[in-house]
Ligand binder design. Structure first.
Ligand SMILES: [Zn+2]
Ligand SMILES: [Zn+2]
Length: 325
């Protein structure tokens, strides 16, 4: 448990895979502790969280509120276990609360899933099983956020900013007096957050992501507290780097399409992929990473299609993208 500022602490909760851990933040207030994100659902992660808390003389039952930046399993995973022990209120954005609360039309998701399975040729990805779209144990959602709310905790006035893109109901928390941004997975110091077209994303998640970044670029920020890696300053510079990255990626995809029409899978296998700091080819990715790479490629293709720079052609059972004539 590391002190970031007076009354604000960062805890590392271990996570399987390359990201290594989720940063959980604790904020002290007169009503107890507010937790931002929770970590991956596993016995190891829960006991790591308990022992991090114990360093500060805190127990799970001292947590009175939990704000989830987005519903990915490495963020919402332990919320149910913590809520069961502490009775904490859980806050989540409405775009994700509707899935968590089961107020979605399953057939709608299945229909979208089967469409993307075809468009992305997922059936050709070894090891693909639709059952991988599953949720961890889910907490009761007590407060459904819209964006724009102000949550006062201790001496912090946390403004909820809806930042869709990485996930449809992603939120950041902004404290204007101190210039703090709890950035979730929206902005990380070195890793480029995954922005994918998938059954639960909007139709143009990359546009959502870029628009959300533009919104934050206007704010005065001193320190970002992200959900992975480490806290960082010069947040505006990092946002500009992310803009540049996506522009370069779009140019790379346009270069591929100038050579002729391609399926999303063909595009993905002709661009470079950075994995764990190394550039590797699409063919060398694991099945799970291939699906993420395809989703990311589709996010670019659909962004470009909405800008009318490319078009999608459907033939019998195939989907191709080509440069707009
Ligand atoms: Zn995430
Ligand atoms: Zn994450």
């Amino acid at each position: 448990m590391v002190r970031i500022l007076d009354g604000i602490y960062q805890l590392k909760v271990p996570l399987p895979g390359d990201l290594r851990d989720t940063n959980v933040y604790l904020i002290s207030g007169s009503e107890g502790w507010l937790m931002v994100d929770t970590g991956w659902e596993s016995p190891e992660a829960l006991s790591a969280l308990r022992s991090e808390l114990a360093q500060g003389g805190i127990e799970l039952e001292d947590i009175s509120s939990i704000i989830i930046t987005h519903f990915h399993p490495d963020h919402i995973g332990l919320a149910k276990a913590i809520q069961e022990e502490s009775g904490a209120k859980v806050f989540l954005h409405r775009e994700e609360a509707r899935y968590v609360q089961g107020k979605f039309v399953l057939s709608e998701i299945l229909e979208r899933t089967s469409k993307w399975v075809k468009v992305l040729e997922l059936s050709k990805v070894d090891g693909f099983t639709p059952s991988e779209f599953s949720f961890p144990s889910l907490p009761e959602i007590d407060v459904v956020l819209q964006g724009g709310e102000e949550i006062v905790w201790g001496d912090l006035h946390l403004r909820v900013i809806w930042t869709p893109g990485h996930s449809p109901g992603h939120i950041c928390l902004y404290e204007s007096q101190k210039g703090l941004l709890f950035s979730g997975d929206h902005i990380l110091p070195t890793i480029t957050p995954n922005v994918s077209l998938n059954p639960l994303s909007g139709d143009n998640p990359l546009k959502d992501y870029i628009d959300s970044l533009k919104l934050l670029r206007e704010l005065k920020m001193e320190l970002a507290l992200p959900a992975h890696e480490h806290t960082f300053t010069r947040v505006e510079k990092r946002i500009d780097e992310l803009f540049c990255h996506h522009e370069e990626r779009k140019r790379e995809i346009m270069r591929v399409l100038f050579r002729g029409e391609k399926t999303p899978c063909e595009v993905a296998s002709r661009i470079s992929w950075l994995w764990d700091g190394k550039t590797i080819s699409y063919g060398d990715l694991t099945s799970m990473d291939k699906m993420m790479a395809l989703g990311e490629t589709m996010a670019y293709l659909e962004f470009l299609r909405n800008e009318e720079r490319v078009e999608m052609i459907t033939t019998d059972n195939s989907y191709y993208y080509k440069v707009t004539s």
